[in-house]
Design a binder for this molecule. Structure first.
Ligand SMILES: NC(=O)c1ccc[n+]([C@@H]2O[C@H](COP(=O)([O-])OP(=O)(O)OC[C@H]3O[C@@H](n4cnc5c(N)ncnc54)[C@H](O)[C@@H]3O)[C@@H](O)[C@H]2O)c1
Length: 442
């Protein structure tokens, strides 16, 4: 039974995790070796509790009770009585290894030690700890107060009991835990790789502009933000660092190869929102116009194979369900064919976007690669299909999980887009996950 939780590191993640622990009715000890960081983290936490009460997320009384449960611990030794410590110190393997060895000494052999690392190996962090079976990952998402996902990560030696306790604590904190193996990027960060990397390929191959790709992904895919808006938000430089880390850790997996556009953007200082310009310019006004409303549907609309045949069109997951149809010219498409096709799909009540021709066009290519990555992850034992879907919905607000997409699009169609991409572009990155191919062949 866990009653007292220590949180190591009072930065962005540590303060947020400690807030969840206080609200989960745990006695919470927050430590940071930097007194200014500890003070700032404590203030952020208390302000967060008050703000949540103002917004009705919890009551004033709950906020006050949670606030009382917080102790700002100036020394690591103050964490001595904690049954679980969650580490949220900087992303540095040597530092984390050192901290875990120290924590094991301070908290004794029974305490569970969890790391919030996003990209380091839990097994490597646990390697210097006596009884590594009580070390696991508890990977929260930013900001912890709003993102409901926690990836509970099993290192090679982690015991089932440790995982069960960490999952239970995450639930008591009001989060949704999923189980993940100690593989590069765990689940959500890994399965999200194609969201930005395929978008960069599409831009590099001049299939569409970044504004078009974002619009298609938002309107057609139901994602809250397009990939270029996302890179601008998190920082083009940080996104590039993460991309390089995946590629290097995997010994150059082709699916995870970064794109030269990323290094060019960083070299140009176009780092995103934080500097006022990235893919978009963040001047005084909004960085993009609001998305338009869909055209009115003509009640007399009916399918017309002849018009559909005169262009290459892609609607995801299906023409009936799609909100947007992407159109591309075939070599034989005449201006009259193009106009007829546009009128035809608009009168079906669909948004229309013209892009360059390539298998899957924009949304199909991005989504099929996300589905493919998810099947690789499951095939490699990283997580179950249900947990992958939960991870993508709760960790990144995806409108559907990849397995849900696969079912809606149909595995046969997903595989055919990937096979066509591989054959047309000759790139290994589009090889189909064995699990997906098996799903397609039934
Ligand atoms: N920021 C994110 O989006 C995010 C999301 C998930 C996971 N993470 C992971 O969470 C961890 C923390 O990230 P962050 O964004 O909160 O970083 P941060 O820089 O905001 O906070 C790190 C804190 O650790 C403190 N610190 C430095 N040395 C320390 C030590 N020896 N012992 C304890 N604390 C120490 C620093 O003073 C700072 O307050 C990293 O492992 C990161 O990969 C970050």
């Amino acid at each position: 039974m866990i009653e007292r939780i220590g949180v190591l590191g009072a930065g962005t993640m540590g303060a947020g995790i400690a807030q969840l622990a206080c609200l989960g009715r745990f006695d919470t000890y927050l430590h940071d070796p930097d007194p200014a960081a500890l003070r700032a983290g404590e203030q952020r936490l208390r302000a967060g509790l008050a703000k949540g009460a103002d917004r009705g997320r919890w009551t004033q009384a709950e906020a006050e009770a949670a606030s009382v449960r917080l102790r700002a611990a100036s020394r690591l030794e103050d964490l001595a009585g904690c049954e679980l410590v969650i580490e949220a110190a900087p992303e540095d393997l040597e530092l984390k290894r050192k901290l875990f060895a120290l924590l094991a000494g301070v908290c004794g052999t029974e305490a569970i030690l969890a790391t919030n690392t996003s990209s380091l190996s839990v097994t490597a962090i646990a390697s210097g700890v006596e009884r590594p079976e009580r070390v696991c990952g508890m990977h929260f998402f930013n900001p912890p107060a709003l993102m409901r996902l926690v990836e509970v990560v099993a290192g090679d030696e982690t015991s089932e009991e440790t995982l069960a306790i960490a999952s239970q604590v995450a639930r008591t904190m009001g989060r949704e835990p999923i189980r993940a193996a100690d593989a590069i990027g765990f689940v959500a960060n890994r399965v999200a790789r194609p969201f930005t990397l395929e978008a960069l390929r599409l831009l590099g191959d001049r299939i569409a502009t970044h504004e078009q790709i974002d619009r298609i992904v938002r309107i057609g895919g139901g994602f809250r933000m397009g990939p270029f808006e996302l890179m601008d938000l998190v920082g083009v430089d940080l996104n590039f660092e993460v991309a390089k880390s995946f590629w290097e850790q995997s010994f150059h997996e082709p699916r995870w190869q970064p794109h030269p556009i990323q290094s060019r953007m960083v070299a140009a200082g176009r780092l995103g929102r934080k500097v006022g310009r990235g893919y978009y310019d963040f001047g005084d006004g909004p960085h993009r116009p609001d998305d338009p409303k869909p055209p009115d549907r003509d009640p007399g609309w009916s399918r017309n194979p002849e018009v559909e045949d005169s262009v290459h069109f892609v609607a995801v997951p299906s023409l009936e369900e799609a909100t947007l149809v992407e159109l591309a010219h075939r070599p034989a498409t005449t201006p009259a064919d193009a106009e007829a096709a546009e009128i035809y799909f608009r009168s079906m009540g669909k948004h229309v976007e013209w892009v360059g021709d390539a298998p899957g066009l924009v949304l199909g290519r991005i989504v099929c690669q996300i589905v493919n990555e998810a099947h690789f992850a499951v095939g490699e034992g990283v997580a179950t299909p249900a947990d992958v879907d939960t991870a993508m919905r709760l960790g990144f607000n995806y409108p559907r999980g990849p397995f849900d997409w696969a079912e809606a699009i149909g595995p046969v169609r997903v595989v055919s887009v990937l096979d066509e991409l591989r054959s047309e572009l000759g790139e290994e990155r589009y090889r189909v996950a064995p699990l997906l191919r098996r799903a397609a062949t039934g």
